[in-house]
Ligand binder design. Sequence first.
Ligand code: COA
Length: 248
Amino acid sequence: MVVEPLLCYSMRMDLLRAQNEASELLAEALAPFGVSGWVRVASVGTWNVGGERSVPLLDGSIVRISHDERGAPFALGMDGTEDYNLLVSLTDEKGVAACAAAQTDCSPDLRGLGIDLASPEDFAGERGEQFNPLIFSASEQRVAPMLADDEAFGFAFVFSAKEAAFKACAAPLRRWYDKYDEELAFDLTEFELAAPHDVRGTLRNAHAARAMAAMGVRVRIVRREVCGLACTIAIAENAKKGLGTVSK
Ligand SMILES: CC(C)(COP(=O)(O)OP(=O)(O)OC[C@H]1O[C@@H](n2cnc3c(N)ncnc32)[C@H](O)[C@@H]1OP(=O)(O)O)[C@@H](O)C(=O)NCCC(=O)NCCS
């Protein structure tokens, strides 16, 4: 009888801590753009309302999130159409869901946002030995040990960087399809962590690299441990803008 409330309390504390840690990371990512953003963290399923997500903010308002035809989330405005001034990204891992958002109205150079959580245990032990060399490029295998003391954590960071980068390209891709008929298909496997803070579309099969060039974006990332998970936030920024690096 006593244990259950204690467990609930401890879980709430962890979610709150995760939310604070991820919020600090987002603030770091957004600092070069001078824009504001927020992260909310909850148990998986908390925000599900039909096919949408309803994310409550601290001021009591709600942000409604729908998905485009590729599954990428976008915020809905009061009129039920996409709110072009708010970038959103979602992730869930081990029962924890996170939603990151950034206000873009005063920075046209901020084009896309991606958040991802990954578990180090997925890249550890025999499983890691077997799959890490298959999943990660030679360059990523070189970068992974630079990202954490623990090898599996390093690979989790690399993996989350690629996923966050893929997600950050979703909003620029939607804007592309608003304007052009031309297909710009690319997938997750075409992203490579080229350097600790720089994810590129690789030339392995040219689609992602070509898409990023066509959309005029490059992807920068920041990372930190969030409640035992590898958390990466990716920013797709205007490739032509010479902003300072977004790095720790
Ligand atoms: C997008 C993807 C990276 C998500 O990774 P994941 O480990 O499955 O799951 P995560 O918990 O980290 O993220 C899930 C969230 O990603 C978001 N998402 C899904 N597809 C997305 C996309 N194309 N772009 C951006 N975000 C996307 C969704 O919001 C989803 O959460 P929700 O269903 O609650 O809304 C993964 O689904 C994937 O690899 N998709 C590949 C699809 C692809 O390559 N398609 C080719 C398109 S041309």
